[in-house]
Design a protein around this ligand. Structure first.
Ligand code: AMP
Length: 312
C-alpha cells in the first residue's frame, strides 16, 4: 500500500510562552509524511519549495525513506512561510497567525509523477483547496482520501474548499474550524453539517481535550494524553492525520475498529510532536515508544463495569 502526502513544505516561525523559534522546518506535507512513515514504507510527498530551502531539510526527509520525486523546486520564488503565536493555553484553535507568505504555493501546479498515480491513500494536508483537488484528479483510484484544512482557507477560499470536501472521505479539523466551517456553535450539530458537505467520516480535534470521530455508526471519543511539557503545538493536526493515514495504510481492511486504532496512533504521535519545537520529536521515535504511548491512551479511558448504586 502507499500514501500520497500532499501539502506545504515550509519555514515556520513560532512564538510560545516557552520561547521562540525562527524559520524552522515546517509545513503540512512535512508533518504528514514524517508521521505516516512510521507505519507505511511507501510515503510519497507532493510539495514545492523555493530557492531558499536548505538541502539539509530535503536530506532529512529523504533519509527517513520519504519518496521526494514529487517535491518541486521553484528557483524563482521563496518557500512558503508561516508565523504563529500561541497564548498561555497553547491552543491551536486559538493561536494567532501573524504572517502567511504563500511564495511558491501561489503558482504551484503539481503534475504528479507517473509513479504516484496508483497511490492507495491520499492525505491532503493544509494547502489551497484548488491544488488539493488538482492532485486528487490525477490519482487513479484512491481507496481513501483524508483531508485537513485550516482557518486560512475557510476564510479565503470557502467555495473552493467546499468543492474539495465533496471528494473527501475523511476530514480532520479542529473544533474552531468545525464551528467556522459549519456556522454551528454546537459541535455535534457542526459535525452533522460538515458531514453533509461530503466527508462520510469526520474527526474533530479538541487539543488538550482529545478528539471526536463521527461516521454513520455514531461517535467515538478519544482522550488527549495528559502532558506536562508542551512546548510547541505546531504540526499536531498534520501529525495526527499522518499517523491515522499511515496506520490505515498498513491494515488489510478499512474497518471501524481500524479507524479507531488509527485515531489512537495519530493521537499518540501528535502527543510526541508537541513536546518540542518543530518536527524534532518526530524524527527518530523508537517504535516501542509509540506503542507504549498508544497503550497509555487505552489505559486512560478504561472504564470498569458499572454497577447501579441508586439510593431509591
Ligand atoms: P497544524 O499545526 O497541524 O495546524 O499545522 C501547522 C503547519 O501548517 C505549519 O507547519 C505551517 O507551515 C503549515 N501552514 C500554516 N498555514 C498554512 C496554510 N494557510 N496553508 C498550508 N499550510 C499552512
Amino acid at each position: 500500500m502507499s500514501i500520497l502526502a500532499v501539502g506545504t513544505t515550509a519555514f515556520d516561525s513560532v512564538e510560545t510562552p516557552f520561547g521562540n523559534a525562527e524559520r524552522i522546518l515546517g509545513g503540512s506535507a512535512t508533518y504528514l509524511s514524517l508521521a505516516s512513515r512510521y507505519f507505511s514504507d511507501d510515503v510519497r510527498l507532493v510539495g514545492v519549495v523555493g530557492h531558499d530551502f536548505p538541502d539539509e531539510y530535503v536530506e532529512l526527509l529523504r533519509e527517513r525513506g520519504i519518496d521526494l520525486e514529487g517535491l518541486e523546486v521553484d528557483e524563482d520564488r521563496e518557500t512558503f512561510f508561516w508565523k504563529g503565536r500561541y497564548h498561555d493555553n497553547l491552543s491551536i484553535g486559538e493561536r494567532d497567525t501573524l504572517e502567511t507568505r504563500l511564495g511558491v504555493v501561489e503558482t504551484f501546479d503539481p503534475a504528479l509523477p507517473e509513479s504516484y498515480r496508483d497511490s492507495d491513500i491520499v492525505a491532503l494536508g493544509n494547502l489551497d483547496p484548488e491544488i488539493q483537488r488538482y492532485v486528487l484528479q490525477q490519482v487513479e483510484a484512491p481507496e481513501l482520501v483524508i483531508c485537513d484544512t485550516m482557518n486560512f482557507w475557510i476564510e479565503s477560499a470557502l467555495e473552493s474548499l467546499r468543492e474539495t470536501l465533496d471528494q473527501v472521505d475523511c476530514l480532520v479539523i479542529n473544533d474552531t474550524e468545525a464551528r467556522q466551517l459549519s456556522g454551528e456553535p454546537n459541535l455535534i450539530a457542526a459535525a452533522a453539517a460538515v458531514r453533509a458537505m461530503g466527508p462520510e467520516r469526520l474527526v474533530i480535534k479538541k487539543g488538550e481535550h482529545g478528539a471526536l470521530y463521527f461516521d454513520d455508526e455514531g461517535v467515538f471519543s478519544v482522550p488527549a494524553y495528559p502532558m506536562e511539557n508542551v512546548h510547541d503545538p505546531t504540526g499536531a493536526g498534520d501529525t495526527f492525520a499522518g499517523g491515522l493515514a499511515g496506520f490505515l495504510d498498513a491494515q488489510k481492511a478499512l474497518t471501524r475498529e481500524n479507524v479507531k486504532r488509527g485515531i489512537v496512533y495519530g493521537s499518540a504521535l501528535s502527543s510526541f510532536v508537541i513536546e518540542d519545537f518543530g518536527p524534532d520529536r518526530l524524527l527518530d521515535l523508537p517504535n516501542e515508544e509509540i506503542l507504549e504511548r498508544a497503550r497509555a491512551f487505552r489505559r486512560l479511558s478504561e472504564i470498569p463495569d458499572l454497577e447501579p448504586a441508586y439510593s431509591a
